[in-house]
Design a protein around this ligand. Sequence first.
Ligand code: NIG
Ligand code: FE
Length: 413
Amino acid sequence: MTGYTVTGPFSEILTMSKMPLNGPLADSELEVIRNAGVLMREDVIVKIGAFQEVLDRAQELNASVFEIDTPAVLMPGWIDPHTHICFAGSRASDYALRNSGATYLEIAASGGGIWDTVQKTRDGTKDVLKKTLIRRSLHLLHNGVTTAEVKSGYGLSVNEEMKMLEVINEADSELPIDLVPTCLAAHIVPKEYPDATSYLNQIINELFPVIRDRQLCNRVDAFIEEGAYQPDEIIPYLTAARDHGFDITIHADQFNTGGSRIAIEYGAVSADHLEVSGDKEIEMLAASKTIATVLPGASLGLGVGFAPARKILDAGGSLAIASDWNPGSAPMGDLLTSAAILGAYEKLNNAEVFAGMTFRAAAALRLDDRGKLEERCKADMIGFPCNDYREILYHQGQLPPQYVWKNGQLISS
Ligand code: NIG
Ligand code: FE
């Protein structure tokens, strides 16, 4: 065993390499290598190119060979930069109520919604929570997601938020998929507190220093929305998060605008949702370094319009796409299906959709070692049973990957 493995020949390799972080793209900008192969050493890509050349190098290095004997297209493993997959219970009742005419904010105001999941998640033991998180994480991995962000936000007390972050970290260490934990202590105001400020003060004083010291996460999120946190209430939380050195990400402009402006002011790595962002917000986002992460699964789950992805790109913004998998607004949790449908509605070409699921999504998590297939990048790769990359989005979720490699290890084939 030399630690080297070569795989191929692939009908096409879509490297997603050498493409800009911002702005519109064209399919002609995609680097497509035909009849191609990849040489890996352990978890890292060593060489990528024409199969014969890669094979010659592999033979010099005595690499083991994993031969692909039917047509296949290879691309970087997907990165899902916004999920809430650590939760207990179901919100099928909310979904039924919404489809009978109630709105998400009305259900929340009447004590259902996020609060319902908080109660069930608090009741769940760490073991049970971890089991369901592992099941959902493996589902993502087998469907091509090799890195997923996972938020807390259903604990909403110092101890319960800590419990969720511990569960996410433990699941990450037990699984091949990389889980990136984010503290969403400011999801809604928990019912035990008279106001947002008294709760957030406790989070700032008792949770932030501990999760920082224990390295349970390096990202902090807040839901800025009517019925959640108002822009002026959230400032001390974001200031403290920034002072502790956390990266900031914001649930912004989902039903009402206001969040994206705060995200930009606080130098957030991403502003997520943006369904109701207008021209002013789009312009601000495009002029900033904050990545616009859109969540088509939430639009599909709530039956509302998509975020203005086309306009964000045309204005020069950077666009990532995430599943937002959660029990309330986005129960489907299918990144490929929701991204493909977003592409059809928002007129995003293959390059723009795939960029949003690969290197632009990696940037939304500040990861620079994945999301593209090039030397020294992680060997996180997915292969589809077709000979033309355009088949992947065309099938709108019905052509899942046949091969998934995570850190150079073949997970499914
Ligand atoms: O991203 N909008 C706020 N948070 C989640 C939904 C969480 C829930 O409803 O449980 C979202 O859509
Ligand atoms: Fe969310």
